[in-house]
Design a protein around this ligand. Structure first.
Ligand SMILES: NC(=O)c1ccc[n+]([C@@H]2O[C@H](COP(=O)([O-])OP(=O)(O)OC[C@H]3O[C@@H](n4cnc5c(N)ncnc54)[C@H](OP(=O)(O)O)[C@@H]3O)[C@@H](O)[C@H]2O)c1
Length: 273
């Protein structure tokens, strides 16, 4: 099986690493097309083949993953469309680019629209998938590729891809934003910067593991998953955590998060704020 990735930026690299790790040893070929040759080095260190010509990557490919910016998507699709092998299925990861447009630009119905996240590089992406492909084997192939970089969730309406973009596509950045601000606040009250970083990192790591690996946490999305009861285990009455949560509530952090997620959703759905 030949897998081609068009665009070797943040996501192209994350996908290439995840797929390379998952499939290596098997009968498969991976080729990354990236116009900026300086970015080829990161792939060569993993012994992943690169090219600066999209058509070389697409040649005889079974799967093409489109990982260029949304603004470059139309030109990229039109460029490869006449050279796509008939057997090939195309997976787009571009935020906000509709399936109908992709199908038209590629002159193909064998197209899936997905929303992964940057955690693909460590096999932890949660990827949402929408397609109108009828062929069961092709649908299975798309799932197999996505499961090589984490978990895949097929949704029934395309709109849910835009919703997922605002939660899980952008989500890692929200978590890292919160980490940034916790570290800065720790330093502001007098902690050494390295200590503040270590405490923050280990707290997020432990809280995540606790959330997925204990009876109150259970699996993400599982029926026992209850972040409120976990929070209340820490925030005892009159204590320090309660003070912090009180400030979050007073400043309407819930409203701010709601507004932020809606802004991301509106952007992904191509709406004006
Ligand atoms: N970053 C995320 O966390 C994330 C999460 C989910 C989905 N996505 C989606 O993933 C896509 C890629 O995002 P990214 O963050 O990886 O962007 P990026 O780092 O800018 O990567 C895109 C790469 O594609 C290259 N490129 C542009 N046009 C090309 C062409 N015609 N042929 C070959 N290569 C081309 C760009 O080169 P130049 O820089 O030289 O233009 C750049 O290296 C976007 O559509 C985005 O919506 C991103």
């Amino acid at each position: 099986m030949k897998i081609a990735i068009i665009g070797g930026g943040n996501m192209g690299e994350a996908f290439a690493k995840g797929i390379h790790r998952h499939f290596s040893g098997g009968d498969f070929e991976l080729c990354v097309a990236e116009k900026n040759v300086e970015k080829h080095l990161a792939f060569h260190s993993l012994e992943i083949v690169t090219t600066s010509r999209n058509l070389d990557a697409v040649d005889n490919a079974d799967v093409v993953i489109l990982a260029v910016k949304p603004v470059d998507m139309e030109a990229t699709c039109r460029d490869i469309s006449v050279h796509l092998p008939g057997k090939c299925v195309v997976i787009s990861i571009a935020a906000g680019v509709k399936l109908a447009a992709l199908k038209e630009w590629l002159a193909s119905d064998r197209v899936a629209r997905t929303m992964p996240n940057l955690l693909a590089s460590i096999g932890k992406s949660t990827t949402v998938l929408y397609s109108e492909i009828k062929d069961t084997e092709l649908r299975m192939l798309v799932r197999k590729i996505l499961e090589s970089i984490g978990s895949a969730h097929e949704v029934a309406s395309e709109n849910e891809i835009d919703m997922a973009t605002a939660i899980s596509g952008c989500g890692p950045a929200y978590v890292w934003y919160f980490m940034e601000k916790m570290i800065a606040a720790g330093v502001a009250i007098g902690l050494d910067a390295e200590v503040a970083k270590a405490l923050t990192l280990q707290t997020f790591e432990g809280a995540s593991t606790y959330a997925t690996g204990t009876p109150v946490g259970a699996s993400p999305g599982g029926e026992n998953f209850d972040p409120t009861s976990m929070r209340l285990k820490v925030a005892s009455k009159g204590g320090s955590t309660e003070q912090a949560i009180h400030v979050f509530d007073e400043k309407n952090v819930e409203g701010i998060i709601d507004e932020a997620i809606r802004a991301a959703y509106a952007r992904a759905a191509g709406q004006e704020r």
